[in-house]
Each structure stands twice: as C-alpha cells, then as structure tokens.
Write a new protein. Sequence first.
Length: 556
Amino acid sequence: MSNQNNKSALATLVTVFFFWGFIAASNGVFIPFCKTYFNIDQFQSQLVDFAFYGAYYIGALLLFILSGSIKKDILNNWGYKNGIVYGLLLSAIGAFVMYPATAGAEQGQTGVFYFVLIALFIVGLGFSLQQTAANPFAIALGDPKTGSHRLNLAGGINSFGTTIGPIVVSLVIFGSATWSTDELAAMISNNEITLVTVQGLYLGVGALFLVAAALFHFSKKLPALKSDTAFEPANKARNLLIILTLIIVGCFGYIFNTYSRNTTATEDLEHTRLIVLFVALFAVVAAVFIANSSASKKPEGWGAMKYPQLVLGMLAIFMYVGVEVTIGSNLGELLKQAVGNTNLNAIGLPVLNDSEIGKYISLYWGGLMIGRWVGAVTVFNPSKGLKKVLLIIVPYIAFGVIILANSFKSSFTTNEIVFFAICIAVQIVGFFLAKDRPVKTLKIFSFFGIIAMLIGLFTTGNLALFAFLSGGLFCSIMWPCIFTLSIAGLGKYTSQGSAFLIMMILGGAIIPPVQGKLADVFTIQSSYWMAVACFSYLLFYAFRTKTVLDKQGVDY
C-alpha cells in the first residue's frame, strides 16, 4: 500500500475506536445511576464493568478455542477488515437488545438490572472482536517501529469518545438541569427519570454501529490484510485459560448466589465475598506466572505464550485496563458518598449526586484523551523544534476541548481548571523525559500513577480529587506501549498474541468489582489501594520487559 492509502485506511479505521471510548466511559455515569435506580450496592453496580469487559475475555477466548478446533486462525481467515465488520454487527445486536431488556422497568426492580448486563455483554462481545482485529491492523498499516504512534492516534480518537460519552449520557438521563440529591432521588422514585431515555440512547448507538459496519464493508481504501501464516496450536495455553475461566466463573457464581438468596449482608458474609473476589484476582496472576515458568522450561504447546514479553504483557494489560476502569468507575461513589451526618463526601468535598458527577467522569477520561493526542503527534513527523512546542500546546488544546464539551451541561470552577492544568504540566514533564521510548514511558507514568494514588489516599479536598483524576493522564499513554512491547518479536504468533492480550481486558471486569467490594467492606477512599497495586505491577513490567527484549535481541 502507498503511504497515502495507509493514511486513508487509518482514518477509516480510527472511527471504530471512537465507539469503544464512548460506551466504556459512559459506564462511569451509568453505574451510579444504576446503583440508585435498582437499589444495589457498590459491588453490584460494578457488575456493569464485569459484564462489559468480561465479554472481551470470553469473546477472545472463544475465538482462540474455535481456531484451535479447526486448526485455522479464524481472524486471519476472515481478514482484519471483516473481523471489524462482524464485531460491529454483533455490538449493534447488543445495543438493540437493551430496548426489550429494559421495557417497562421501574425503580427498585433489581431483576431488570441483570437483563441490562446481558445487553452490555453482547455489546462487549462485538467490541472484543473489533479490538482483536483493529489493534494489529493499526500496527500493520506502516512501519512496525512506529506502530505505537498509530495506536496513540487511534487512542486519541477513542479518548474523544470517552470525553463526550459521560456528558451525552448525563444529558440523556438527567437533562440539562442539575438536581439536588433529594430531588433526584424523588424523581427516580416517582419514575420521572426512567430507563426510557437509555433505551433511546442505545437504539441510536445501535444504528451508528450499523452505519460504521457499512462504512468498513464498502470502503475500498481499507485492505483486508489477511495473513497466510499457518495456525499454531497452543493446547497448554488453551487448557490453562479454560481452567482460569472456570475458577473465575465459580468465584463470581458463588457471589451472585449469595445475592440471589436475598441473604442479609452481615459483616462475615461481606468479608467472605471479598476473599472470594481476591481468589479470582489471584487466579489470574497465578495463571500468568505459571505460563511464564512452564513455557520457559518446555515451550511446546504454549504457542505465543512461550514469549515472556507476551505473558508478562498479558498481566500488564490486565492491570492497566483494570486500573484505568476502576479509577473512573468508583469515582462516582467517591463523590456521592456522605460521611456520617455531614454534607461532605469521602474526601471532604460537598456531596454530589448522579446528575452532577458527569463532568468529573468526563474530565478523568478526558485526561486519557490529552495524553493520547500528545502521543499521536509523532505520527505527523514534525521537526524537533515543532515537536517540543506541540508537546506543550497540544495538551492544553485538548483540555480546552474538554472544558468546551462540558460547558453544555455544567462548567468547571477556576480552581478546578488550575488544579487540572497543574496535573497536565506534570504529564508534559513526563513526555519530555520519556522521549518517545515505550519502556521509559511506562516507567515514568507508572511511577507518576503510584504517587498520584498515594496523594489521593492520604489527603482530602481538591488535592485528593485531582490526584485521583490525574490517573487518567498517566494511564493515557500506556496501552500502545504495552501492546507494542508485548508483541515485539512474535513473528507468526503476532495474531495469536494479540488475541491473548485482548483477553486480558478482563482486568476491567475483575478489578472494579474487587475495589467495589473493598469500598463496601472498608471505605471508598481506602479502596483506591487497588489502583496503587496495579500501577506497581506496571512499573515492575517496564523494568522486566526491557531485560527480556534485550536478552532476545529484539529491536523495539
């Protein structure tokens, strides 16, 4: 393909990244609304993420198992382009299912909430197929060494979706008015605010999925990019993943059962639920290290998992997606939950309600947009001098877009703008220090993430709030770095390795519910120790993957 055709193909490809961001970030507003509307606890509300991101894992796993059974890589056989089209059609079905799933639902009908989860699961299955195809597709549209920059560009479009998603969903559900907590509770109780608006939103989204599928199908600028490499079986990897799946299903099945029996949530039961959740979390970590250890001794049967950079990268993707999602998903509760009889929330700021938190959710996800816009600068090959200027200007242009987008619903105070502007300045320093090197970028931003979460844990007020919000800024650049490093040197195993990495989006399904239950058992602020743990592994991965790739002589 010519360079011009590559750019046209990339422009078409990034449209699908917008949808992922729009829906994923919208969950940050949808989760606290569901908690109020369906009378559920913080753990149950995080099942929105469990259903949505769990579908990524199940979808990628099924694709892998089916490919193994027919001894042919299904995605390579379809081509990346068709894989995206089929994924969009599947997501459209899920979006349309939301209408009958919530038809006639009233406040307090907890059973309907589980039908909502089914619809989101189907949407997520489609996204799983799209992601498995789109990420290596973007890398393949040019020099592999600049693949992370193209992923940054696509990620910037994705993050534009994450920025406006919470605003649109907040407007759709609550309208332009800002209600008091009591007024909002009364309106939901009286069914003045219902799921009818959510039905309309998802019908519209489903229609857009169909339009996007048609765009991809009929686009002549988008190549199929099929691979002729023979399928490599990985029976040991398959068996390990199946065992892991059974453990996770067993753990969550037990917890669901305790809720379905309407058992009184005693302190002992809550602690048991938390322990079971940590068993599921530990099972994922253990599976990765078992694969790494076993494959290093006898690589036959492990397929792409015989490469330690991939196996360690799988856990890095798990932790990265988990921390990115859990910070935003639990943010609503952090801002809503009153402490004692005061009108102050967990970090000492005035208590907000569901209709007021949208701008902070948007700001958090907007932080990811800021970082990805900066990361995409390299795609346009600016001169060294211009690049330095853009590294400073682009983040604040992106911040201006976030402020403008939120002005339609609510506005930020001068203090809030100054606080976040300072956080952006820290991110800019990180970019200058990293110098476009994936390993160094991961080290710096993982370290910044740890410091930010610790500040949020040990302070109060705006300092704590914006420390947590800055997590989006520091997460922003990690996905393309981890993805590019994880598939470096995989050769014919690249497609299979990509599928394994997409499976580990499972982190967004497991880590938020674990944090949600930590919040139920302890406090919402202290539950953010979960984020510290995730960033700590990412820092470890940055050091470890450099050693592994250097040993293999892989150029990255």
